[in-house]
Design a protein. Structure first.
Length: 328
């Protein structure tokens, strides 16, 4: 059976070009289109159902772009979004970028070529302007990251406010040697958290310690390694705002190994209210991120847009909740 890849090879063009010919895309030269159609006719090639969807410009499929599925937050986010899409009659395809710009741009190309009806963007290495330029008015909704919302719809948590609240809680207990963990400080989300951390200090007339800002800390193992460097010889820190409950769990594991009592010697606050926060000893104080509500809202919104509802870009911000447990 002849496939689209065979047609591309025999025509001397890319698979994407063949897809554009099938979908009657305007950006294909008459000469190229004629060459591809001639090969298709010669080999009696019948486009499959996906190609028919290209022609109809509907795939009933939504792409989800994430940096790494191994990250506990993103695996949880994908779980809810995929379930909500399925309930609405849409399949999902998950693309991991691993923070690679070229991989990300390839997915945007697929969106432009109607392989997906819409794209849900959870994180990006590009600016908002670059994302808009690459997606060219196709349906894209961002969640998780705190983008301005000038070019596409945004659903996100108020990271700055809730991080300030958690930091203020620790400062109110007399804790001033405070650390802050991020997994990628270049992202808008992490920048918002850091801003909240700094503002909490400023409101109390304090300066944060720049030597206690830790980047690329995202896993249990990272938390253990960071904890060992802080706790092994002497206590260099009184409290830590961790980037996730998994990092917090690693810090607690390290504290136990180094005879550091939590929270008596060091208070720890996690993020995401993941179930792991309930199984450590002590249980982890954390921040609720409202993933279920955000997922439901953004999927309903994106389906409405696919069905032709027109409106300017919206930005919906959710209020986080600081959950005070035994680690702080």
């Amino acid at each position: 059976m002849v496939t689209i890849y065979d047609i591309a090879r025999l025509s001397g063009v890319s698979k994407s070009t063949v897809s554009r010919v099938i979908s009657n895309h305007p950006y294909v030269s008459t000469e190229t289109k004629s060459k591809v159609i001639k090969v298709m006719q010669e080999y009696n090639y019948v486009p499959n159902s996906l190609a028919k969807q290209f022609r109809q410009k509907k795939s009933k499929c939504i792409a989800i772009l994430i940096p790494d599925l191994n990250h506990p937050y993103f695996s949880q986010l994908v779980k809810y979004i995929s379930a909500d899409c399925y309930k609405s009659g849409y399949k999902t395809v998950v693309h991991q970028t691993f923070l690679n710009k070229e991989i990300e741009r390839e997915v945007y190309t697929q969106l432009r070529e109607y392989e997906y009806d819409a794209l849900i963007l959870t994180s990006s290495t590009l600016s908002e302007e670059e994302i808009a330029e690459n997606t060219r008015n196709k349906i894209i909704v961002a969640c998780n990251e705190d983008y301005r919302g000038d070019y596409f719809d945004v659903f996100c948590l108020n990271e700055e406010e809730v991080t300030m609240k958690a930091t203020s809680h620790l400062i109110s207990k007399g804790i001033t040697k405070l650390g802050f963990c991020s997994d990628n400080i270049s992202s808008p989300l992490q920048k918002a958290r850091l801003k909240g951390f700094i503002l909490a200090h400023a409101k109390k007339g304090l300066k944060h310690n720049k030597s206690l800002l830790f980047n690329e800390i995202s896993s249990i193992e990272d938390g253990i390694m960071l904890g060992n460097s802080l706790f092994k010889d002497n206590l260099k820190i009184e409290g830590i705002i961790a980037g996730s409950d998994f990092v917090a769990a690693g810090l607690i594991r390290s504290a136990v190994s180094n005879n550091i009592q939590i929270p008596q010697h060091c208070s720890i606050v996690g993020f995401d209210n993941h179930p792991i926060s309930l199984v450590t000893n002590p249980q982890i104080s954390t921040i609720s991120n409202h993933i279920p509500d955000m997922s439901n809202d953004l999927v309903n919104h994106i389906v409405n847009k696919i069905n032709g509802v027109k409106q300017p870009p919206i930005k919906k911000v959710y209020k986080g909740e600081f959950i005070n447990r035994n680690s702080s």
